[in-house]
Design a binder for this molecule. Sequence first.
Ligand SMILES: [Zn+2]
Length: 74
Amino acid sequence: MIQNEEAMKIYRKWEQDGRPTCDHTRFDQELYLGSKTDDHVCLDCGNDFSKKEMQAIIAARSTSTAVGDESAVG
Ligand SMILES: [Zn+2]
C-alpha cells in the first residue's frame, strides 16, 4: 500500500521527467491519512486509477501479451 503523499512525489517526478509513456505495470492500493481509498496508484508514474480503470488496463495488457506469448514459445 502507498500513502497519498508518496504517490504525489512519484507523480511530480514523473511530470518533471516530461511525462514519459507508462505501461502502468505496478499498481498499489492508495492510502489517504492511513485509510484505504478506492483508488490504486501506479508506482512508476504516480497516477491514480479507480479499481475499474485499473482492471481495464490489466485486462487490456493480459489480452495483448497472451497473444505475444503464444507465438514466442519455442
Ligand atoms: Zn504508470
